[in-house]
Design a protein around this ligand. Sequence first.
Ligand code: PLP
Length: 436
Amino acid sequence: MKLYSTNNHDLEVDFQSAVFNSMPQDKGLYMPTEIPVLDEEFLNNLDQYTLPEIAYKVASALLHDDIPADDLKALIDDAINFPAPAKKLNEETYVLELFHGPSLAFKDFGARFMSRVMAYFLKDGEQMLDVLVATSGDTGGAVALGFLGVPNTRVTILYPKGKVSEIQELQLCSNGQNIRAIEIDGTFDDCQALVKQAFADDELNAKMRLTSANSINISRLIPQTFYYFNAVAQLYREDKREIVFSVPSGNFGNIAAGLLAWKMGLPVKQFIAATNANDTVPRFLETGVYETRPSVQTYANAMDVGAPSNWVRIMELFKQDTVKLKELVKSYRYTDDDTVKAITDIYEQFNYVACPHTAIAWLAVEAFKAEYPSAEDTFVFLSTAHACKFPDIFSEEMAAQVNAPEQLEELKKKAKSATHMNVDFEAFKAFLLQEV
Ligand SMILES: *Cc1c(COP(=O)(O)O)cnc(C)c1O
């Protein structure tokens, strides 16, 4: 697989360097130079394949011989070792549950695949890979659990003290092994600034092999295409053909993966990008003006992104043709009040408890149905996190319906361990250097 930078189409790198560098020097994003279309036979018979089979088919089409077949199969079996069921709520509505992985959020798909790809490319005897992550919550947990026990890697997570939820904090701080957490007496931005400074530090770079493993890494995007194909496979088994996906969007990585899948031949009628008050994309699709804004805090906090980093990838997929883009992608935005009401409506209509992000995706389905009615459509809204991660938002009755998954039970038995630190780069650097 060859990749170019969205800021420089002449730059070309191989998959391995795109994985380890995450982002080109010119601050563009890596995109595949060629997007293969999967064969008709496979696409027409998706219902015959399992999730790991689909994942292998899609990944091998993109990667070619970057990872030999048997190694790629083993890597996928290890990374994608949990299901992604499309649960039927009524005749025309399905919820695609992407939260059955270790961190109870869909980010497990990306983080687990990326960690294993990195470990695969680390040759025997090579210097250990040090992954630095700043997190405001969900990403850190997925990355930590993704790399947990992966040989020759070590993860250092910085998170803002008192600003992540109890469950999230345990996910960051209870791992041991090759995962270390630092509780910073500051904000998320302070954490991110410390990590950025570390990447720019000559001494650290000379002594350590640093990588950021952040959300724009191409190896996080690829595995997210798998579950779109697998959702269609499940719907084909029920003879549903006109499929509309609604994706709760923040950095727009999830929907970018859906659109990459579409380029590869995913049979899909429509995508809907659902956002909270951070509505840069819905405003762009309405006005044609792309204007980022500082993010505002909402209940669907993993979608609190004012400048969605994957948007440039989506524009590339459409070769900057906004007319075509607007045909395939509709977008709607919702307030916190809408979100809270939707959670109740979903519960009353379907006896289903949805997390705030998921509820926003359902609202967008309802809006789309009202705007473009069609009796043929089947709607799939993506559920990106398990409801148990947001205990405070539900009524007592609803909360009682949320069954605690095994991952949560295990987590609650564990002890929290983190290093405390002020916003002090020299202290952070000394911490990193003490065990090189
Ligand atoms: C990260 C996240 C999102 C947003 O996904 P993007 O790929 O950034 O658009 C939505 N919901 C949850 C629960 C998340 O953790």
